[in-house]
Write a protein of this length. Structure first.
Length: 577
């Protein structure tokens, strides 16, 4: 058996909990030391003339450690630094002969005689003391980031190699150099102190994220409108004392209240009166069915009624109106989702020939039977809007042919696009009196409907072909040229939004025909139109509203020319340019 194999399998004594804990973390001492007889006193001379060095930090080094019992296996010699004596053995005070020493050494050597055939590889003995080298300068230590745990680094203080652990500390003065355990003690640093963790940022609460500061903030005193609304809401029970403030001012107050969504069953009676023949309420979201009952009871002489966002209106409300509003001629409702067709039919039969305007947006319950009863009982209709009707289709348009007095027709945004043939057939029947035509969001309509509009709508003044993406530049150009050839009056309102295929030719024909009369024009999405064609819009002297969003040729100089040339202009929209 070789000496190396026996040393690897030697039995070791018990170890402390700290030693076991550090061994589990990969911390091993660079050389074995024994702290028996630790001399921590100040340097004092001994009887033989040698001096003991005091360590103020109680650092265990090879200068202040006395040899204790060896942990090496029995019979294995450990030699002293001075005379190659085994560790733990000292020469007797009264004997200076070398014979006893040679005898003891020969005995120790005879014990290891079985290792004579071992290899000549030198065995490192950690208990053997080596002569100290001259101290090196810490300025020669290479700097850099700390290496991973388990690798070796050079100490920034004593220039010795040590094993990196999770507790390795950085040198307090030499940046990016690190200290071994012994130097940590010497510098007064706890080598096993836990490293400080970086401060974790506290998670931002959701309510803090929701506090968005807008670029517009109202500062100073409240506006006069807000003060009036607060006073009216506070003294709503004495609303009769306000007296008659005039229909114009009443409409302004209603707009202010509806804008703040403050129209409630308590504030709505401010606008009710027996003498009123017209009532517009722009946000009825908070009105309950009982509030609509009260409206009919307190305003029995209404002839024109407009209510927006009537989501809480029920079937019973419309049935009650059919019996109460005996003079109603025009009704405009937005979002009457809950009203069933039975109430509509009852209302049409009660209104009869008196009803001239029926304008409804967003109703999933109006079907072909409802439209049939409308046309049958109300033949004097001049205004009809069936926008965003859930059951509107091409077959339902057949029911509208008997309406010969229509001036306003809106059949936009059906669930499925209407067909060219259905539109052409309807215009042939009712187009001779139509002045305002809205076919928006019928995405399957093509250039085929344009000649029918020219032929059957001689009184047309307002046209909306928004989001008809199948229209071509050639077809729209021919449409306006045909209107000009027939001496058709210029259009007042033109909505050609999202005409992605429309270019310079179509815009030139539009301006040539309607440039002098157009007041409202939307060219949103005409991305291919050139700047030269847009320059012709300066000739539209009566233009009040212009939308050129996503027209890529628009620039600052063109906008200035429009503002200088169109004296009636009120609003220019240039989003996406």
């Amino acid at each position: 058996m070789s000496r190396r194999s026996r040393a690897g399998g030697a039995v070791r004594g018990p170890s402390s909990a700290l030693t076991s804990f550090l061994a589990g973390l990969g911390v091993e001492p660079s050389h074995r030391i024994n702290t028996w007889g630790d001399r921590s006193a100040v340097e004092t001379p001994t009887s033989d003339g040698h001096h003991q060095h005091a360590d103020p930090a109680n650092v265990v080094t090879d200068e202040n450690v006395e040899a204790g019992p060896s942990s090496v296996g029995l019979g294995t010699p450990s030699f002293d630094e001075e005379g190659d004596l085994p560790v733990g053995f000292k020469r007797g005070r009264g004997t200076n002969s070398d014979e006893d020493y040679k005898t003891k050494r020969s005995r120790a050597t005879s014990i290891d005689s079985d290792d004579l055939d071992a290899d000549d590889t030198p065995v490192v003995n950690h208990n053997t003391r080596t002569p100290k080298s001259a101290p090196q300068s810490s300025t020669n230590v290479p700097t850099g980031p700390m290496r991973p745990v388990g690798e070796f680094m050079v100490c920034g203080e004593c220039i010795k190699r040590f094993t990196v652990t999770a507790y390795t500390k950085e040198h307090p003065t030499n940046a990016q150099t690190y200290l071994c355990v012994q130097c940590c003690y010497a510098l007064g640093i706890d080598p096993f102190a836990k490293p400080k963790k970086a401060a974790v940022k506290k998670a931002v609460k959701k309510q803090d994220r929701a506090k968005i500061v807008h670029y517009e903030q109202r500062r100073g005193v409240n506006s006069l409108g807000d003060i009036c609304i607060q006073l009216v809401g506070k003294y709503i029970e004495n609303v009769e004392q306000l007296g008659d403030i005039g229909s114009i001012n009443m409409d302004k107050v209603c707009r202010i209240i509806c804008k703040g969504r403050r129209l409630t069953p308590e504030t709505a009676p401010l606008f009710y009166s027996v003498e009123r023949d017209s009532l517009d309420m722009y946000d009825c979201t908070r009105l309950t069915p009982e509030a609509f009952f009260t409206l009919a009871n307190l305003c029995p002489n209404l002839q024109t009624l407009r209510l927006d966002l009537v989501g809480q209106m029920s079937t019973e409300v419309v049935s009650h109106w059919a019996k109460t509003l005996k003079r109603l001629k025009r009704i405009e409702l937005h979002a009457p989702f809950l009203v069933r067709k039975e109430a509509w039919i009852e209302f049409f039969r009660a209104a009869g020939e008196r009803l001239e305007g029926f304008l409804v947006t967003q109703s999933p319950r109006i079907d072909r039977e409802t439209v049939h009863e409308l046309v049958k009982n109300c033949p004097n209709l001049t205004e009809l809007r069936l926008s965003e009707i859930g059951k509107l289709d091409s077959e339902m348009l057949e029911e509208l042919k008997p309406l010969k007095k229509l001036r306003f027709l809106d059949i936009s945004s059906p669930p499925d696009s209407l067909t060219d043939d259905a539109i052409i057939t309807l215009l042939e029947a009712v187009g001779h009196s139509i002045e305002d035509l809205n076919l928006a969001d019928n995405f399957d309509l093509t250039d085929a409907i344009l000649p029918a509009i020219v032929k059957y709508c001689p009184r047309l003044q307002s046209l909306s072909l928004r989001n008809l993406t199948e229209l071509t530049d050639e077809g729209v150009t021919a449409f306006f040229e045909s209107l000009q050839a027939k001496d058709h009056q210029g259009l007042r309102c033109i909505d050609m939004e999202k005409g992605h295929e429309l270019r310079d030719s179509a815009l030139g024909a539009l301006i040539a025909h309607s440039g002098e009369t157009v007041e409202w024009l939307s060219l949103l999405g005409w991305r291919e139109v050139a700047l030269e064609a847009l320059n012709a819009l300066v000739e539209c002297k009566n233009l009040k509203y212009l939308d050129v969003g996503w027209c890529r040729a628009v620039n600052n100089f063109w906008v200035k020319d429009v503002l200088d040339g169109c004296h009636a202009i009120e609003q220019v929209r240039v989003w996406g340019t």
